[in-house]
Design a protein around this ligand. Structure first.
Ligand code: SF4
Length: 371
């Protein structure tokens, strides 16, 4: 058995730890590329969500390099994520690819079922080993997100453009060859230390933009054209609440252990969207409000074409923009999205935010008219 999984940003690092800790043979799919998207688009129904197309492409490419089993989280609620596993099964079967799809549903209280599936996957049951693997995976997910967050903070302040990207991309590449949790933790430590050594402009006061939207398109840097790195390169600091570690701790671990979850986004969103409608719509509304309250200059919402929860969120965002005086740019991505047009919109938005910030900071009493 050779297990694989779809890509989503740095998720491969966390799954690598999980597989190695559990002693499961695995294949990391080739990194998402134009080819991946073309393969997925060819085999997935046109109206399906973009993440389904890209991740199906990942699985087919993984099959071509030897994978025979897919490990995938399940989903529930009124959005299409819950059908992903079934869609994978049907598409791979139609293509005569002999791949077994194992769904790890979020426990939602039913730990027995989940543990049974894990038992089948492991060919036995060792509770200590499983708990240790979950603990280490969660820890690595948190630390990898810390590296990402640090990179987004330092990038707009770096004196030598490209220093942060060099360190960050090297870390993402080196981690593939690393063996075992200790080597991975060392790479994380090194990446953090190297980022902290980057020479920065102490006086820099970059624009701050919050990234909200559908989880896959906001996290997956191939799909969103590496928006956080590109914004950093033009001197904009970015932040994203929806992360892989947040998803693991808030949705899986805390749910399973019945621990209280951090629902600050839900409280903030309540006057506008009081119910969970699937996907991350409530996070989109709530986090936009939190960013406004924290003095961010703007928010960018990203979602895949036809994503139902985010369409609802988009229709609510103008009220949030008005009530909290924070500009929001919505970017909708599909397989036809061109990078040039996408960044023209982002640059125009950044210009607007610069002008707003200047207006807010310039004392007009001392400005003489040039007319
Ligand atoms: S959140 Fe949106 S893109 Fe993701 S599965 Fe649901 S409908 Fe599709």
């Amino acid at each position: 058995m050779k297990v694989t999984f779809p890509h989503m940003g740095n998720l491969y690092i966390c799954i690598k730890v999980l597989m190695e800790e559990l002693g499961i043979d695995y294949v990391i799919p080739p990194f998402t590329s134009k080819r991946t998207l073309e393969i997925g688009t060819r085999h997935v129904p046109e109206c399906a969500c973009l993440p389904l197309k890209i991740t199906t492409g990942n699985l087919i490419e993984a099959y071509q390099v030897g994978a025979d089993t897919v490990l995938m989280a399940g989903g529930c609620g009124p959005c299409r994520f819950g059908y992903y596993c079934e869609m994978y099964r049907e598409i791979l079967k139609d293509l005569n690819y002999n791949m077994n799809v194992i769904t790890l549903e979020p426990p939602n209280g039913n730990m027995v079922k989940l543990l049974q599936r894990i038992k089948n996957l492991l060919g036995g049951f060792n509770l200590y080993k499983i708990l240790k693997a979950i603990k280490n995976t969660t820890q690595v997910a948190i630390e990898v997100d810390e590296v990402e967050c640090l990179a987004s903070k330092i990038r707009p302040r770096e004196l030598e453009k490209g220093d942060v990207d060099k360190i960050y991309k090297k870390f993402q590449k080196d981690v593939i060859a690393a063996k075992g949790i200790e080597q991975i933790k060392k790479l994380i430590r090194d990446a953090k230390n190297n980022l902290l050594k980057v020479k920065t402009d102490e006086k820099a006061n970059p624009l701050k933009i919050g990234i909200v939207g559908e989880i896959y398109t906001t996290i997956d840097y191939y799909t969103n054209f590496d928006i956080q790195s590109k914004l950093g390169a033009i001197g904009v600091e970015t932040h994203r609440y929806v992360t892989i570690s947040d998803w693991i701790t808030e949705h899986i671990v805390k749910n399973a252990l019945r621990l209280p979850r951090n629902l600050s986004y839900a409280h903030a969103a309540k006057p506008y969207l009081g119910k969970m409608i699937g996907g991350h719509a409530r996070e989109t509304i709530g986090n936009t409000i939190l960013y406004a309250q924290q003095g961010y200059d703007g928010v960018i919402q990203i979602y895949p074409f036809t994503c139902m929860p985010e369409i609802v969120a988009e229709s609510i965002l103008p009220a949030v923009e008005r009530d909290f005086d924070i500009p929001v740019l919505t970017l909708i991505i599909d397989e036809m999205t061109g990078e040039a047009g996408y960044f023209t919109r982002i640059e125009a938005f950044v210009d607007l935010l610069h002008r707003r910030k200047e207006k807010g900071t310039v004392d007009f009493r001392y400005i003489l008219s040039g007319d």
